[in-house]
Design a protein around this ligand. Structure first.
Ligand SMILES: Cc1ncc(COP(=O)(O)O)c(C=O)c1O
Length: 502
């Protein structure tokens, strides 16, 4: 039931993680270490020789605490694909046979627009207050700008308040800080799976907080209206199961638009999930990091902050960042909006370790305030480019006869490659993932998202045309080289925004 840190930290889901570690009854690093060695992932046995992974853990890291060793273990065993990619990155001129990265969820389509805007003279200001220790919640001028920005783009019924805003260096830190201030060590959050797998590490590495998966299926049955549909019934069941196993669940994580499914929740669904949380006195962390990356019918998207009368405002905490919507994952800017003053203050206190430099805060305020540029230049162009890139990859997949889910939001398509697996196992999924990597294209496989059905992959399309073309060519080579050994799965059809039943 519990998923523990997976093989990704900075880069989302670029290589398979260790199998889920289940039923931990203790939260010490030693227990985790023992678990790691009891359930070694594919890579460890070869590397460890007869002495096994525990020996490897301790022999080369004896200066570290047990926590440190576990953290290092995850780093060492993590991101194999991401690291391999960085050692052999594709470059059109310098390394044309290098790896194309269709695994990391980044938007590489608008660098020209961003670099022009961020290079303008109004972006640089150096004044004493920007070089001194700030208010750890973030400078007031930035929190005011963020409150205005979120009020406008989230369509909040009332203006959001700067005092309820905290700014820090990205959503990863928000998960980490919120988990730490909301949970005791060993407590848990519910999360619908598949999900952006790095959250496992974000909540665990400092906070020692676990995730309880609410597993979703591709098959549409009962009350489901689409594959991998989240329902209140599934939430209730997962919560009951956790309770019966003595796990204290403190909250629910919702990602909207969703990574990796690309789903967007309807206002009715959102309200149902929030009501469920209220009934059980659960906090809800709502990750809206892709909220402006809805490129098909953006009006259909509703931020949780747009809802009239949130069921439990004191337990609803919304996060957003510029990493995705502004294609700036390296800049590290994120923000929390919460009506709960205690939560905002506790997170702000941790911002001493997760804060932004004054100069970046100034730059971000300038960017967020420039509505003309955002509305008339950046967003229309970004959406048009996302749409074109998506259309290209979707067309390629159709030509290959590959089913996929895609809702017109985010940077990725959730691809069903089950028919290319000789057997329905994660081992087979990983072998296919490795074949892609050997053919110099990096994808993310379903296991990193805790998908319980082997054979799903996430394919990122928000890249330049020449890289996408080459990447898809390499994907095609691998798939065409394989015999289709399994029956075509019948449960899941290609679902695109127009056919969405909602
Ligand atoms: C759903 C989701 N939340 C959070 C993050 C991390 O965001 P940041 O780069 O702002 O830490 C990602 C990155 O892929 C993501 O997909």
């Amino acid at each position: 039931m519990f998923t523990l840190p997976q093989k990704e930290s900075r880069a989302p889901a670029t290589c398979p993680g260790p199998t889920s570690i289940q039923d931990l009854d203790s939260n010490s690093g030693d227990d985790l270490e023992r678990e790691c060695s009891r359930k070694p992932d594919r890579k460890l046995p070869e590397d460890c020789g007869a002495s096994g992974p525990t020996a490897m853990l301790s022999s080369d890291s004896s200066c570290l605490s047990s926590r440190g060793r576990v953290i290092k273990w995850f780093w060492d065993s993590a991101e194999e694909g991401y690291r391999t990619y960085h050692m052999d990155e594709y470059d059109e001129d310098k390394n044309p046979s290098g790896i194309i990265n269709l695994g990391t969820s980044e938007n590489k389509l608008c660098f020209d627009l961003l670099s022009r805007r961020l290079s303008q003279s109004d972006m640089l200001r150096v004044e004493p207050s920007l070089l001194q220790y700030p208010d750890w919640r973030g400078h007031l001028f930035l929190r005011e700008e963020v409150a205005r920005f979120l009020s406008f783009y989230c369509k909040s019924p009332n203006p959001l308040k700067p005092d309820n805003v905290v700014v820090l260096n990205g959503c990863a830190s928000l998960f980490s800080t919120l988990a730490t201030v909301l949970c005791e060590a060993g407590e848990a959050f519910l999360i619908p799976a598949p999900y952006y797998g790095a959250i496992t590490q974000h909540v665990y590495l400092y906070g020692n907080v676990r995730l309880v998966c609410v597993y979703l299926d591709s098959e549409v049955t009962g009350l489901d209206t689409r594959p991998f549909q989240l329902t209140v019934e599934k939430l209730e069941m997962a919560l009951q199961r956790a309770n019966s196993e003595g796990v204290k669940v403190k909250g629910l994580i919702l990602i909207n638009p969703h990574n990796p499914l690309g789903d967007i929740y309807s206002p009715g669904e959102l309200r149902d999930y929030l009501e469920f949380a209220k009934r059980h006195e659960l906090h809800v962390m709502v990750d809206e990091v892709y909220m402006l990356s809805v490129f098909e019918k953006p009006a259909a998207y509703r931020s949780v902050l747009s809802l009239e009368g949130l069921p439990d405002p004191q337990r609803t905490h919304v996060m957003w960042a510029t990493s995705k919507d502004f294609g700036m994952s390296g800049l590290r800017f994120g923000t929390l909006y919460t009506e709960n003053w205690d939560v905002a203050t506790a997170v702000a206190s941790l911002c001493r370790y997760h804060g932004l430099s004054g100069l970046v805060q100034y730059q971000m305020a300038q960017l967020l305030r420039d509505r003309d540029w955002i509305n008339q230049v950046y967003l229309p162009e970004n959406h048009a480019r996302l749409k074109a890139a998506h259309a290209y990859v979707a067309g390629e997949l159709r030509a290959l006869g590959i089913p996929f889910l895609s809702r017109g939001a985010g940077f990725f398509i959730w691809v069903d490659l089950r028919k290319f697996l000789p057997e329905a196992t994660f081992k087979a999924e990983m072998l296919l993932w490795r074949q892609f990597l050997d053919n110099k294209v990096l994808l993310s496989c379903g296991q990193t998202f805790e998908c319980k059905e082997p054979g799903w992959f996430r394919l990122v399309f928000s890249d330049k045309a020449h890289r996408l073309r080459l990447g898809m060519q390499r994907v095609r080579q691998v798939l065409e080289g394989k015999s289709r050994v399994a029956e075509e799965p019948s449960s899941c059809q290609t679902q695109e925004p127009r056919s969405q039943r909602r």
